[in-house]
Design a protein around this ligand. Structure first.
Ligand code: TGC
Ligand code: FAD
Length: 397
């Protein structure tokens, strides 16, 4: 949330409960004290700061909206959103780590796992003692995961053999377990036979290769996963998973969090630009006194406030159990798009200083290009909304 001094013109703070503000403020303090001092250098070095994982776990940020009976914080979806907002105010890579762990690894175990799987994995994952990754995308099947090639073949004794590859996997080289989505039937074009598997990354035949040469999301581990006859026990399958709908349900959880997270990146850029506009003097006055820079700041502020109202309303609907995946697409698409524009405008306002890692705007700008692409590209969310309003499917086929 914007501090009132800096333009919470609509007093959105007042729409939050005291407990929600307390959660937001404590994550804000964690990010100010632990993330901001190191993240610029992590980004330059291309390093995810693993040293933060234990504290993130201890603070309840991992799987925060899952129930306390499995060792999670049991917070509301609005609080989960506020956590994402603050983490991404630090860096999209930090929020990505938490999104994947909570929404893409812990959530499918919670939603599709057996009681034994839940009891075994969730408490340790909430603490950050076990890290997970989520393998859906493949080299040739990104926006269209229904076409995936990865196969899990059931053996006579009920065990499974996994073959295939996944691409662009966040936490891929850090994780001890991967949730891998694979088809269980050879002739399946629609994705109906897709099931989820819990795959320990130490299993023979499993390999993770870090992605080299990234110019975005550099403070995040992005890896390729290769499965070469990976033998899995019968109980590796998530028993209640079935069809493409299962991984898409996980994406709905993560996309919801991203809609908040992107606002955090936007707020970081807006606050940086606003402070700079008051300090930087050119032609004898602070650049914030020039009309062009005021338009920039007014546009940033306007879009952040609109985005916050959308995410807050969506969070309240999610807490009431009435939200739809299409509404989540709306929020992800809009908020990431405006954050990308805001980061670019902030970088421009900063002039030459805007291109160095000492300032955050260009780091956020580059990060947000990944956020724009992952979890359904901006275009895919346009088509989801287009289908929702016209009733016509424009994806292909
Ligand atoms: P389609 O026929 O539309 O759907 C199949 C079934 O799934 C249901 N469904 C959903 N359910 C829950 N949430 C959603 N968002 C859902 N979307 C669809 C649907 O009702 C249907 O159910 P049923 O009962 O009829 O079987 O499937 P399609 O093959 O036509 O695909 C639709 C499309 C293109 C929208 C989908 O494939 C898609 O969303 N593609 C984008 C792929 C994507 O987002 N990949 C993300 C990979 S993970 C990632 O990027 C992590 S980054 C993490 C980080 O670092 O933060
Ligand atoms: P493509 O699908 O090849 O798309 C290329 C272009 O074509 C895009 O502009 C797209 O919008 C457009 N396009 C595609 N289909 C259509 C259409 N029907 N109509 C119009 N335009 C279309 N995946 C995971 O499974 N797990 C992860 O943890 C994960 N983490 C990621 C981290 C990073 C940093 C990145 C960059 C990606 C990550 N992904 C992950 C993968 C991500 O979800 C995919 O990159 C994304 O879904 C797009 O797939 P693609 O890259 O193959 O692009």
């Amino acid at each position: 949330q914007l501090k009132p001094r800096e333009g919470d013109l609509f007093n959105i703070d007042a729409a939050l409960t005291e407990e929600e503000r307390a959660v937001r403020d404590s994550v804000r303090a964690f990010v100010d004290e632990k993330v901001l001092p190191i993240i610029g250098q992590c980004y330059v070095d291309g390093r995810f700061p693993k040293e933060l994982i234990a504290e993130m776990g201890a603070n309840g940020y991992l799987g925060a909206n899952l129930p306390e009976e499995y060792g999670c914080a049991g917070l509301s979806n609005v609080m989960y959103g506020l956590i994402n907002q603050e983490l991404e105010r630090g860096d999209s890579g930090i929020r990505s780590f938490a999104s994947v762990q909570g929404s893409l690894v812990m959530y499918p175990i919670y939603a599709f796992g057996s009681e034994e799987q839940k009891k075994h994995y969730l408490p340790k994952m909430a603490k950050g003692e076990i890290i997970g990754c989520f393998g859906l995308t493949e080299p040739d099947y990104g926006s269209n995961p229904a076409g995936m090639i990865t196969r899990a073949k059931e053996q006579k004794d009920g065990s499974w053999i996994l073959n295939g590859a996944k691409m662009w996997i966040t936490n891929g080289s850090t994780a001890q377990v991967a949730i891998v989505w694979a088809k269980t039937e050879d002739n399946d074009d629609s994705g109906k036979s897709i099931r989820g598997f819990i795959v320990p990354t130490s299993t023979k035949g499993f390999k993770a290769n870090g992605q080299k040469g990234k110019l975005s999301l550099r403070a995040s581990d992005t890896s390729e996963l290769v499965f070469d006859n990976v033998h899995l026990p019968a109980d590796a399958i998530l028993p209640k998973s079935g069809g493409l709908k299962s991984p898409l349900m996980c994406l709905t959880q993560a996309r919801y969090g991203i809609s908040w997270g992107a606002l955090g990146a936007a707020i970081a850029c807006y606050e940086e630009a606003l402070a700079y506009s008051k300090e930087r003097v050119m032609f004898g006055r602070p650049i914030g006194g020039f009309q062009i820079q005021q338009v920039r700041l007014a546009d940033m502020l306007t879009e952040i406030v609109k985005g916050q109202l959308v995410s807050l309303h969506l969070g309240r609907m999610k807490d009431a159990g009435t939200f739809t995946p299409q509404q989540v697409s709306f929020a992800k698409r809009n908020n990431v798009n405006i954050a990308t524009d805001i980061a670019r405008e902030a970088r421009r306002l900063l002039g030459g200083n805007g291109i160095v890692a000492e300032y955050a705007s260009m780091r956020h700008m580059a990060n947000l290009e990944s956020v724009y692409t992952y979890e359904g590209t901006h275009d895919i969310h346009s088509l989801i909304l287009g289908q929702a309003v016209t009733g016509m499917n424009a994806f292909g086929g």
